[in-house]
Design a binder for this molecule. Sequence first.
Ligand code: AR6
Length: 326
Amino acid sequence: MPFKIIRSDITNIPCDAIVNAANSSLLGGGGVDGAIHRAAGKGLLLECMKLHGCKTGQAKITGGYDLPCKYVIHTVGPVWHGGNHGEKELLQSCYRNSLALAKEHQCESVAFPLISSGVYGYPKQQAFDVAVGVIKEFLKDNDMDITLVIFDRRSFEFAKDYSDNIREYIDQNYVDEHIDRTPRFFAKATCARTAVCEERAVSDDIDDFIKNQIDESFTEMLLRKIDEKGMTDVQCYKKANIDRKLFSKIRSDRLYKPKKETAIAFAISLELSLDETKDMLMKAGYALSHSSKFDIIIEYFMMKEIYDIYTINETLFAFDQKLLGA
Ligand code: AR6
C-alpha cells in the first residue's frame, strides 16, 4: 500500500528510512528524537555531531545503527507561533526535503512521525493535514511505501469534519441491522448448505466449469471501467492507493481474487455508484453489509460522492478499521 497510517512506535518499524523530528542541533532531545537516539545507540549521536546542525525545514541523513532501518532522516520542524509565521510552508519543506533525501538514497519505504505536533506545539489536525497533503502530492509522481506513524491515541482524537456524521450514520444503520439478525442468520445457513450440495455436483474439470460460468470477472469489470472512465491504468491504481506490482498481477489474471479492501479501493478510484460498487464487489465474492462498521463507512462516503481515498482512509483509521488499498 503506497500510503498508510498506523498506530505504533516509529523505532520498531522495519523500513528503509525513518524520519526524526529533531531540533536544529541534531544532538538529540525529547519526544520521538529521544526515542530514536535511545534505540539507535551512540553511533547515531557520533554521526550527528559531524553534521553541524540543520536549519528548520531542512533535512539531513545518517545511518540507522541499532534501529531496524537503513537510514534516519533528521528534519527540523517549525515551532508553532500561531500559524502566521510561515509554519505551514516550513512543515511542508520538512516532508518534501525528507522525501527527496529518501528518493536520492533509493529508499522504497519511509516512515514519518507527525513532525512538530509534540513539543513544538503544531496543532495535530493541521500537522496531519500538512503531512498527508505533501505525501499525496509526492506519490502522484513517485513509487514509495510511505507510512505515517501516530504514536498515542490522543494524537488522533482531533475532531474530523466527518466523524460526527459518520458516527451517527453508523449508529442508525448498525442498530437496524441487529434488530432483525435472527431470520437473516437462518437464511444464510440454508444458503451455505445448498452451496455445498451444488459444489458436489460440479464435474471434475472445475476450472473449465468456473471459466464458463463467469461472464465478466472482477478483473474484466475493472479494466472495462477504467476504459469507460477514460482513465489510464496508472491514474487508476495511484488514485486507489494500490502499488504498481499488485495492479500488474491483477491485470494479468482474469480470475484474480482481490482482498475486499483492494476491490473497494478500485471502486472508489473509479468513482463508481453504490450499485456499481456492489456489482463489482460481488464479482470478487464480497458484499457490503450493515453489520460491519467498515462497510457502513464506505457506504457513507459513496452516498456523499466523496471519492478521495486519503480522506476515507483517515476516517477508517480514526474508527480503527482496515485501510483501503492493497
Ligand atoms: N514514535 C512515533 N511518534 C512519536 C514517538 C515515537 N516513539 N514519540 C513521540 N512521538 P515531538 P516535535 C510523536 O515532540 O513536536 C524534541 O525534543 C508525538 O506524539 O517528538 O517536532 C526534539 O529534539 C508527536 O505527535 O517532536 C525537538 O527539540 C510527534 O511524535 C522537539 O522535540 C512529534 O513530537 C521537536 O518537537
